[in-house]
Each structure stands twice: as C-alpha cells, then as structure tokens.
Design a protein around this ligand. Structure first.
Ligand SMILES: *Cc1c(COP(=O)(O)O)cnc(C)c1O
Length: 395
C-alpha cells in the first residue's frame, strides 16, 4: 500500500489505527473495530461525531457558499459574533482558524494595549505548565521547555509565574507593574495536566489586573464551549476577562478559533492591524452556529456538568483506596486521574479495551469525552478506566 510512504513530516507519533467513520461517541476503524471515544479529538468534537444537526448545517452551507474572504461583509460571521457576545458578555470577536491563531490575536491586543499607553517594552505574564499553541508567539507563551527546545530565540515580552500562585503575581506587580500589560492564563490547565484553579485564584488575578490597568486574558481554547459545564470555564468564578480566546469545541471539528474582547480591549485591533484569509468564512460559521444552537437549546452544557460529576464520582468510588491514584480531579467533562507513577502504558492498554483516552504531563490520565454521552457510555468509561488504573505496573 502506498499510504505508508514517509511523505508526511514526522511531527506526530501516531498510533497505527485508521478511523474511517464516526457516530456519536463511537469511532470505527478501517477493520470495523469500534472504539468508545473518551478524547473527542482532544476536546474538539464535544457533540460527538457526525452529529446530524451540524452535518446538515455544514452540508447545506457547502452547497450554498463556502468562502468569500473578509473583503466583504459575511452575515453568518456577524450572526456568530452576536451569539458569542451574548453568551460571554464580551463586546466583539475576531475569527481565526485555530486556537494558536486566536491566541496570537490576544497577544497582539496586549502588545498594542501597551503601545497605546506608551509602554516601550510591554510584558505579558504567562504561567508555568501552560499550553497556548505552536506558533512562535504562542510557543513562547507556553510554559513547557519541551515545546521551546531548539526554537530559540524565543520572543521577548513574556514573564513567567507559577500557576495558582497569587503571591508570585503580586511580586511581579510590585517590581515591574509599569511594563506589564496583561496576564494570559488558562482557567484550567489542559495539556499541563487538568490543573484546577484554587479558590479565588481567577478573582484575585482579575483584581490585580484591574488595580494595575493590565488586561486579564483567558485562554479557553480547550475549556470553552461547555467543556467544564458552563459555556466558558471562567463563569464558575464569576470573572469576566478583557480578552478570551476559544477554538477546539467551537466548530466540533471545523477549523475555527475566536478571540473575543471587552471594553478597552475591544477597541484595539482596528482596520489594517490584523486579519486572516480564511477566518470566519461562511462554512465554519454555519457549523459553529449549529454547535451553539445545540449547546444552548439542546441542554448539552447542563448535561456536561451532570455527566462530569457522574464520571468523577464513579471513578472516586471504583478507585477508592487504590495505591495507584494520587488524585482524581475534574471540571465538568475535563477529568483526570493523576497516578502515583508515569502511566503512558495505559494508552495502549485502553486501546486493547477499545477506549480512546490520553495521558498528559507523564502521569495524568485525561478524559475529554463528548459532552452528550448516554449514562451507559459514561459508566462504561468509568469501568474501563478504573480497571486500567488498577492494572498499572502489571505485566
Ligand atoms: C489546544 C490548545 C491550544 C492550541 O490550539 P490549536 O488549535 O492546536 O492551535 C491553545 N491553548 C490551549 C489551552 C489548548 O488546549
């Protein structure tokens, strides 16, 4: 077969399974093996695979108009921006094609905010353990040496602080408040291991930002779109940021990202300062509108909250007293079992049990299932995952 010729850059360590079809929470390989998908394309397919409402919106739009460019007005883009602003209390939206690109827009807003205030060397506070993407600016913002390695020189203008550490931010504020323009942070660390913010962490960040005239910018690329049981994860804390980015679940698999801004931050990217050829074209906007319809009118976000609790308490019960478990934590349908030793072997073992999941930060087994599972599917995940964790270290 020709398919295995090495004509693709080897940027991924791929698992040798070829999915050819999906339905709801299930994926079918070319040999007809059937897998329960507890990863959803890394938090992308929040409504599952081949969702009828989204499929219809996309196919209708594809047969009508796919792309016109941002040289012209795009009614579907305006409609999507209105819907997003209603949902998030933000004032306006820039559409990109990915999470990293949405974050690039946020970083440009922060730098320009500094420029507008006469700050020559603007600095953005970012967190250790964070992940913001793979472009040069977003990999610089990312708090993981492995993502930086070999790509130096990194961009200047970023200051790093430990996550969940308000004192570290206070210290930066007292030392160099005048060169800081923004704090850029994930409300729950995703790739960093599903790290939940401490009580009041986000509120305290907002307070410090307000006191110092800094922008609070949240990366909700992974946590947005109902993943944590609210449309945005920051709703759990009542924080309304100046800038918030999202992507992954917004298109349920279509490439779309959004950078939303409020107040002063919404007036920064004026004509000629930023752009994207594909961003927010009619096709992806039609798909994203169907996603928002389903999330909000289909009761999916409330169900994500319920299912997340069901899976988390199910795991807590099944793994009670297990000496392989360091911590079980989660926010809605972002659920993690941190094990006492590295657990990458569980990926393969899960495949043998026809379950898709992921291991991040070496010892964090991560579940990001579709938000609309049946109770039975949720219980099936609990049963398989608890068995896997108990098998850790077995031959
Ligand atoms: C996945 C992710 C990104 C990068 O998104 P891409 O679409 O891969 O560019 C950025 N931030 C967070 C929090 C993510 O989880």
């Amino acid at each position: 077969m020709e398919e295995n010729m090495n004509t693709m850059m080897p940027t991924y360590n791929r698992i040798p399974i070829r999915f050819v079809r999906g339905s709801g929470a299930w994926l079918y390989a070319d040999n007809e093996d059937k897998y329960l998908d507890a990863l959803a394309g890394i938090a992308v397919c929040g409504l599952g695979h081949a969702h009828p409402r989204i499929t219809k919106a996309i196919t209708d739009q594809a047969s009508t108009l796919i792309h016109t460019s941002n040289l012209y007005e795009i009614p579907l883009q305006e409609e999507l921006a209105n819907r997003l602003c209603e949902l998030t209390n933000m004032d306006n939206v820039f559409f990109a094609n990915s999470g990293a690109e949405a974050n690039e827009a946020a970083i440009k807003i922060a730098r320009r905010h500094g420029d507008n205030r006469g700050i020559e060397n603007p600095q953005i506070i970012v967190m250790e353990g964070s992940f913001h993407g793979r472009t040069m600016a977003t990999l610089t913002a990312t708090g993981n040496r492995k993502v930086h390695a070999g790509f130096e020189p990194l961009l200047s203008g970023f200051v790093r602080a430990p996550y969940n550490d308000i004192q570290a931010i206070e210290k930066i504020a007292s030392n160099k408040a005048s060169s800081i323009v923004a704090v850029f942070v994930e409300p729950v660390l995703g790739e960093g291991g599903v790290v939940i913010p401490k009580d009041n962490y986000l509120q305290e960040l907002q307070r410090i930002c307000d006191e110092n005239d800094w922008l609070l910018m949240l990366d909700e690329v992974q946590t947005g779109n109902g993943r944590t049981g609210k449309y945005l994860a920051c709703e759990h804390s009542g924080v309304v940021p100046h800038v918030v980015t999202t992507a992954k679940g917004l298109g349920n698999g279509l490439p779309i990202g959004a950078c939303m801004a409020r107040g002063i931050a919404s007036e920064i990217l004026i004509a000629g300062t930023h752009g994207s050829t594909f961003g927010g074209n009619p096709l992806v906007c039609a798909g994203a509108l169907a996603v928002l319809d389903e999330l909000t009118t289909g009761g999916v976000i409330e169900r994500a909250e319920y299912l997340g609790q069901r899976i988390k308490t199910g795991l807590e019960k099944a793994l009670d007293g297990s000496n392989h478990v360091k911590e079980i934590r989660g926010a809605g349908m972002m659920i993690a079992v941190e094990t006492t030793e590295p657990c990458p072997e569980l990926i393969q073992r899960a495949l043998e049990r026809k379950l898709l999941l992921n291991v991040t930060a070496d010892s964090v087994l991560r579940l990001l299932p579709p938000l609309n599972l049946s109770d039975e599917e949720a219980d099936q995940i609990v049963e398989i995952v608890s068995g896997l964790v108990e098998s850790l270290g077995d031959e």
